[in-house]
Design a protein around this ligand. Structure first.
Ligand SMILES: NC(=O)CC[C@H](N)C(=O)O
Length: 227
């Protein structure tokens, strides 16, 4: 499986993402600069964390105008897996690929620490390697992770099982402890915690690797025929 790691001016978790895919997962990965106009050669799209355009205005609000975002939308419409982590999640929200918005953390402090997450929905293509309600440890590092949406959107998220991860202890004030959500179709996931930084026990946790393994397993089942 071949992944695109999209790089925006100010991305700083692209190397971690690339390392997780290439060295820990053992799949193909390529850096793709934000002005690229063609993602047709990739099977999965990864938007890594960082401070695209210095987080000016609102995190992700400038990056979502990048050329590559039209291609990310196309890939999502084609049903390809699209994962946005931290700033990647913020960009997906700004692009309208996921509902809701991100506010500054309650307390207005940047939080960088391990987080306990509950896997609320283990039926997505991103989480099928976990069990329902499994608690995993994945680090967070953000100043703008306070997820917010209106009541109707929240009801839809709950009714469609689109809330995928919640925090055991809410670090940022996000609505209903939301740490990650998926789109209605189930192929676009945004999450504030960093699974790419939890892929080896030397990093304090290897719980994140299952997320990437789930993507590959589900992709193989759908695309690779064995005789
Ligand atoms: N690591 C990240 O992507 C976090 C940066 C992010 N722009 C923030 O809210 O602070």
């Amino acid at each position: 499986m071949k992944f695109a790691v999209i790089v925006f001016p100010g991305s700083n978790c692209d190397v971690d993402m690339y390392h997780a895919i290439k060295d820990e997962l053992g799949e193909e990965a390529e850096y793709v600069w934000h002005d690229e106009n063609d993602l047709s050669g990739f099977d999965g799209i990864l938007l890594p964390g960082g401070f695209s355009y210095g987080d000016y205005l609102r995190s992700g609000s400038i990056a979502h105008f990048s050329n590559v975002m039209a291609e990310v939308k196309k890939a999502a419409e084609q049903g390809k897996p699209v994962l946005g982590v931290c700033n990647g999640f913020q960009i997906l929200l700004e692009a309208g690929l996921l509902p809701g918005a991100m506010k500054r953390n309650e307390g207005l402090k940047f939080k960088c620490e391990p987080a306990s997450l509950k896997v609320v929905n283990a039926k997505t293509l991103f989480t099928s390697g976990y069990t329902e309600n499994q608690v995993i440890s994945v680090p967070i590092a953000h100043g703008e992770g306070n997820y917010f949406c209106d009541e109707l959107t929240l009801k839809r998220l709950n009714d469609n099982s689109q809330i995928v991860f919640t925090y055991s202890e809410n670090p940022n004030g996000s609505l209903e402890d939301i740490a990650g959500i998926v789109n209605e179709r189930g192929n676009v996931l945004g999450m504030m915690p960093h699974p790419e930084r939890a892929v080896d026990s030397m990093l304090g946790s290897s719980d994140g690797i299952k997320l990437f393994q789930s993507i590959v397993k589900n992709w193989r089942e759908a695309h690779v025929t064995t005789s």
